[in-house]
Design a protein around this ligand. Structure first.
Ligand SMILES: Nc1nc2c(ncn2[C@@H]2O[C@H](COP(=O)(O)OP(=O)(O)O)[C@@H](O)[C@H]2O)c(=O)[nH]1
Ligand SMILES: [Mg+2]
Length: 249
């Protein structure tokens, strides 16, 4: 079993991308399961095989404990931990060879609290990885690019899993913006020439970039389907260690 966790800031398109990739996989005849771990999702663009909202609802917690919307979402996400064993059991019962796992809209509730790292560790099987979903519209600006790369690095440090960096919403990028992003990613010097930062911060960024902290992104559109084949291929490489390009049926 391969578990693929989708992590990213609110609105970057995690849920939409899971819908698009699972549809694409269905069309190709690949068996795929979906797990929703977002207890506060109002609407999901896919039909999950396992849905945490069947057990934990942020809305119910809000009423039951008389919490505000923010506190209830935090409490709900933390409570997902108590269901980890049962979710894992259900995943085994459903028996899909690959699971796409959706995580709470607000990345910080999952990535930067205890519960997220625990859930990833608990739900991971032999093979697991993280797809870091960035919003390409935000990444167009040079500061947006630098901070996104640092956030993706934070996620890698946090989860200690192989990670694929995806720039989603590529359909909204102009040719020029796309070229800029590719240049910044491929050659940190172009980034460091243009970015306005105090010298000390620039040196920190330079060190991280030169140490390979900025990985090459994959441009995707969950809306048009562009790049889904490449994403699937990358996921497969992690599964097979690059030896075989097919998942077991
Ligand atoms: N144009 C465009 N919009 C997208 C794309 N992916 C997601 N969206 C939109 O971005 C918004 C947030 O998406 P959602 O999947 O809910 O983000 P999440 O919070 O990360 O799960 C929705 O309005 C989506 O329709 C994309 O590739 N292109
Ligand atoms: Mg979502």
């Amino acid at each position: 079993m391969l578990t693929v966790f989708f992590i990213g800031t609110a609105g970057s398109g995690k849920s939409t991308l899971i819908a698009a990739l699972s549809n694409w996989m269905d069309e190709q005849g690949f068996d795929v399961g979906i797990v929703n771990l977002d207890p506060a999702a109002e609407y999901l663009p896919y039909a999950p095989d396992i849905d945490i909202r069947d057990r934990i609802s942020a809305r119910k917690i809000m009423k039951q404990f008389k919490l505000g919307p923010n506190a209830s979402i935090i409490a709900a996400v933390d409570m997902v931990v108590t269901e980890a064993e049962r979710v894992k059991e259900e995943m085994e019962v459903v028996g899909a060879p690959i699971y796409l796992i959706d995580t709470p809209g607000q990345m910080e509730l999952f990535a930067f609290r205890q519960s997220g790292a625990y859930l990833i560790q608990r739900l991971s099987d032999v093979h697991s990885l993280v797809v870091y979903v960035a919003d390409a519209v935000y990444v167009q600006s040079i500061d947006g690019f630098a901070t996104t790369m640092l956030l993706a690095l934070s996620s890698r440090i946090r989860f200690k899993k192989p990670q694929i960096l995806v720039m989603n919403k590529a359909d909204l990028l102009s040719e020029e913006a796309l070229t800029n992003i590719v240049n910044w990613a491929e050659s940190p010097d172009t980034l460091l020439e243009s970015i306005e930062l105090p010298p000390y911060d620039k040196e920190i960024l330079r060190s991280i970039a030169n140490m390979g902290g900025f990985v090459e992104p994959l441009f995707i559109s969950a809306k048009t389907g562009e790049g889904l084949d490449k994403l699937y291929y990358q996921i497969q490489l992690h599964y097979t260690g690059g030896e075989d390009a097919q998942l077991p049926p």
